[in-house]
Design a protein around this ligand. Structure first.
Ligand code: AHR
Length: 322
């Protein structure tokens, strides 16, 4: 009696252990399944963009994700085509850094119908139904514009004739950084934007626009606000070629915080940059994994930004990661 009781006890322990092993084995098989993720990138217009691409690629490799990468060369139609290609291939998730804000609804509906979660990185979009994407991980571009304006206002004692170099028309950072900057200078009536043109987030664009505007406005220009560092660096070149001392004759502020901007600050040519962190790979793949596990994600995760100027540039340049 006692023996058979012990035997049946041992049997049930054995069954429980076996089923535990089965569950654990099943779970690790599920965890071990390699994810295939499509990444529709804007292009390679700036050092910031290259840093973002590297961050996503490195993180994919670290997590053994099979990454399908597409460079849209700055064109939304290429991005939409890439996303449709990812859907046709049946990827597990899609990451998009959208070129512009509008025009995404049809392709995102296709992704939703195919039950493929979409994670947006760095730039937001305008859609009537926000269930079309799982989450957006990005900086607050309006606040970046405001931070640049506040820094400039202090530097110039509330008085400046500003040339604004805008990013790609229709892109969230171009729209929002303009808005934030205009808000920031509103309370300084003697800070005026005398010209505002797009340099498409490119160094060559910043240089060309600055050359043309210097011809038109000459010594009237006392400050440059560029929506990214690459355009600021192009403008700095144009200022030097026009015989001016950027950083001294003309105050230059921009956004991004790339290595080249820190070098220019150390060399006293750029006055200030508002950091916009491109190292979004870890957050993007955390979001992909959570979405795949059916977890509800916040609609937006804001990546914090910080202002740097010449005073601290030398101390931090060696530790900059991009
Ligand atoms: O969307 C982020 C912006 O796009 C960066 O400021 C710029 O460098 C890039 O091209």
């Amino acid at each position: 009696m006692k023996n058979s009781f012990i035997k049946s006890g041992l049997r049930s322990i054995g069954v429980a252990a076996f089923s535990l092993m089965l569950t654990a084995g099943f779970q690790s098989a599920v965890i071990a399944k390699q994810l295939t993720v499509g990444f529709a990138q804007v292009g390679a217009e700036s050092a910031w963009r290259t840093a973002e691409t590297d961050s996503i690629k490195n993180e994919a490799a670290k997590r053994n994700v099979n990454l399908k990468f597409s460079d849209a060369q700055g064109k939304q139609e290429n991005q939409i085509k890439a996303v449709r290609g990812f859907i046709a291939q049946g990827v597990d998730a899609i990451i998009i850094a959208p070129v512009v804000e509008t025009g995404w609804e049809p392709v995102l509906r296709e992704a939703k119908r195919s039950k493929i979660p979409v994670v947006l990185v760095d730039r937001g979009i305008k859609v009537s139904d926000d269930s079309l994407y799982a989450t957006l991980i990005a900086s607050d571009f309006v606040s970046e514009g405001r931070m640049a304006a506040e820094w400039l206002a202090k530097k110039v004692n509330g008085k400046a004739n500003i040339v604004e170099l805008q990013g790609t028309p229709g892109a969230a950072p171009a729209i929002d950084r303009k808005k934030g900057f205009e808000e920031g200078i509103k309370e300084h009536p003697e800070m005026k934007i005398i010209a505002s043109q797009s340099g498409d987030f490119r160094r060559s664009g910043g240089k060309e626009v600055m050359e043309a505007l210097l011809k038109k406005y000459g010594n009237e220009v006392t400050a440059v606000y560029a929506h990214n560092d690459d355009m600021a660096l192009g403008a700095i070149q144009a200022l030097e070629e026009a015989g001016k001392k950027p950083g001294t004759d003309v105050v230059v502020v921009s956004v991004d915080g790339v290595k080249g901007a820190f070098e220019a600050m150390v060399n006293s040519k750029l006055n200030c940059t508002v950091e916009c962190n491109p190292l979004l790979g870890p957050l993007a793949f955390d979001a992909v994994e959570k979405a795949k596990q059916g977890e509800k994600l916040p609609k937006k995760t804001i990546v914090p930004d910080k202002t740097y100027d010449q005073s601290g540039a030398k101390d931090v340049i060696a530790s900059r990661q991009y």
